[in-house]
Design a protein around this ligand. Structure first.
Ligand SMILES: [Zn+2]
Length: 190
C-alpha cells in the first residue's frame, strides 16, 4: 500500500495481456482522464476484476473488448491501482478525437494520459461524496507528480465526445464544482 499525504492507494496490478494491460510504456503523462464505471453499485474491486477477466478473452470470442484504467475510486473512497503509472491503459481509445484532445494530447491519447474510473451507486451516475473526495486527492497528487495544471484534467467526454462520466458530461456545473474541489486541496508538496 502506498500512502501519500493521508491518502491510501492499494496496488492490485492485473496481469499483462492484450486486452487490458498491454505492458506498453506511456510516452509521458500530459493529462488525467476521469470516467464513470457505467455499472450501478459496482465496487472498485469489481471493476479491477472485470479488467482482469477481459484479459482472458479467447481467439474465438464473438468480439474483442479492450478496456482498462490505471485507478478505480470506489463508493467509499477506496482507491485501487491496477496498472502502473508508466504503462498505457485502454480508457480513451476512439476512431476520432476532439480538436482540443488532438492538440494537447496527440493523435492517440491513451499514450499520454492516466485514466481514473469513479464508481457510482446508481444509473444517474451521481457520485458519492467519499468517492469525489478521494478522487480529488488522487488527482491533486498526480498533477503534482507530473507537473500538470488544472487544465490538464479531462472528462472522457472532452476527448471523444462519449457521455462519460455521464453525470459530469450532462452537468457542467457539477464538473466545475469537482474541479474546484481538486483545486481546493493544499499542495501535497510532491
Ligand atoms: Zn470513460
Amino acid at each position: 500500500m502506498k500512502v501519500e499525504n493521508g491518502m491510501q492507494i492499494e496496488q492490485r496490478f492485473i496481469s499483462i495481456n492484450k486486452f487490458s494491460r498491454p505492458g506498453v510504456l506511456l510516452e509521458g503523462v500530459r493529462g488525467i482522464v476521469v470516467h464513470w464505471v457505467d455499472g450501478a453499485g459496482q465496487s472498485a474491486q469489481n471493476v479491477v476484476d472485470y479488467f482482469e477477466i477481459l484479459g482472458k478473452q479467447g481467439q474465438l470470442a464473438p468480439y474483442e473488448s479492450f478496456a482498462s484504467a490505471h485507478f478505480v475510486v470506489g463508493l467509499y473512497g477506496e482507491i485501487l491501482q491496477c496498472i502502473p503509472e508508466n504503462e498505457m491503459a485502454y480508457h480513451v481509445g476512439a476512431s476520432a478525437y476532439t480538436t482540443i484532445a488532438r492538440k494537447k494530447l496527440g493523435s492517440y491519447p491513451n499514450n499520454s494520459t492516466l485514466g481514473i474510473e469513479f464508481c457510482h451507486p446508481d444509473r444517474t451516475g451521481v457520485f458519492r461524496a467519499e468517492t469525489l473526495c478521494a478522487a480529488a486527492w488522487l488527482i491533486r497528487a498526480l498533477l503534482g507528480r507530473y507537473k500538470l495544471a488544472y487544465g490538464d484534467i479531462y472528462r472522457h467526454f472532452d476527448i471523444t465526445g462519449k457521455i462519460c462520466p455521464k453525470y459530469f458530461a450532462e452537468n457542467e456545473d457539477a464538473w466545475r464544482e469537482f474541479l474546484h474541489q481538486c483545486r481546493a486541496i493544499e499542495n501535497s508538496g510532491e
